[in-house]
Design a protein around this ligand. Structure first.
Ligand SMILES: NC(=O)c1ccc[n+]([C@@H]2O[C@H](COP(=O)([O-])OP(=O)(O)OC[C@H]3O[C@@H](n4cnc5c(N)ncnc54)[C@H](OP(=O)(O)O)[C@@H]3O)[C@@H](O)[C@H]2O)c1
Length: 262
């Protein structure tokens, strides 16, 4: 069968980090909207269970267990997507990690945050761009963070300022090519990543809906939930005030250290 014969009638979305949190909620939202989905993350059991639940026939939602930090696994993921659907129309770079607790410099491998949150999306974009350029269409959606606007944990913010710069720059580079680039920057929402945070948080569905909306209308950057737009603005116009708010209400409550630097 040729690629064009095999080509899915629905737009095909490759979504990373689909096994929990924002990724899982996004998979549910997009499946409801009838997209064809390729779901990637490491936990095979969760990924397969989700795919079966969203599409018991197995034709429209494909689970591909993948460690996205491994080049060979990323290439195998793309190959499976093509074998099953014939193309990837949209790439959503959502998979992410942080230093779960305490100071990032006490973590034995803090640079894994950069590998998962920044290197992996860049490498995934390199893999999908050739087919998108050839078709002169496609959409890359990166999941950043408000921590890429108002800095919090140094390592996590390095990755999220990085993905934000990458996303905004790539968007400009691709203007006029038919390929869109959108950045969705969430504030705190409930997920495994934020399980230890003592902060009021909505569920991840608010981000899933924002992702579904940018698929209909690409956006340079969308911050959700909306009140975090004030924090992003405050950080640029009154950074000294943002120092106090971010340190007291985010750094200490999110990372649960005692506030004293060791
Ligand atoms: N929750 C928030 O408040 C918040 C705020 C701002 C931004 N974000 C961003 O939103 C995105 C999703 O986070 P979340 O809150 O939904 O956290 P989460 O529930 O912990 O989900 C993270 C996802 O990333 C996947 N992942 C991690 N390392 C991976 C690897 N090496 N290979 C493949 N998949 C990997 C995990 O799957 P496996 O463990 O199965 O591999 C999981 O599906 C992240 O980019 C995060 O930085 C979250």
């Amino acid at each position: 069968m040729t690629d064009s014969q095999r080509r899915s009638a629905r737009p095909v979305i490759l979504l990373t980090g689909a096994s929990s949190g924002i990724g899982e909620a996004t998979a549910r939202e997009l499946a409801q909207r009838n997209y064809a989905l390729v779901l990637a993350a490491r936990r095979a059991d969760r990924l397969h269970a989700l795919a079966r639940q969203l599409d018991p026939t197995g034709s429209r939602v494909l689970a591909v267990p993948t460690d996205l930090t491994v080049d060979g696994e990323r290439r195998a993921l793309l190959a499976r997507a093509h074998e099953h659907f014939g193309a990837v129309d949209v790439l959503i770079n959502n998979a992410g990690v942080t230093v779960e607790k305490g100071w990032w410099w006490d973590d034995p491998d803090p640079l894994r945050v950069l590998r998962v949150n920044l290197e992996t999306p860049v490498e995934m974009v390199r893999l999908v761009l050739p087919e998108m350029k050839a078709r002169r269409s496609g959409h890359i959606v990166n999941i950043g963070s408000v921590a890429g606007r108002a800095a919090t944990n140094g390592m996590y913010s390095a990755s999220k300022f990085g993905i934000r710069g990458f996303s905004l720059g790539l968007r400009r580079e691709l203007l006029g090519t038919g390929i869109s680039v959108s950045l969705v920057s969430p504030g705190f929402v409930k997920s495994e990543m934020t399980a230890g945070a003592s902060l009021p948080m909505p569920g991840p569905e608010v981000v899933a809906r924002a992702v579904a909306e940018v698929l209909l209308k690409p956006q340079r950057e969308v911050i959700v939930p909306a009140p975090y737009r004030v924090l992003a603005l405050l950080d640029s116009v009154a950074p000294a005030l943002a120092d106090v708010i971010v340190r007291r209400f985010i750094i200490q409550r999110r990372y649960r250290h005692d506030g004293h630097v060791r």
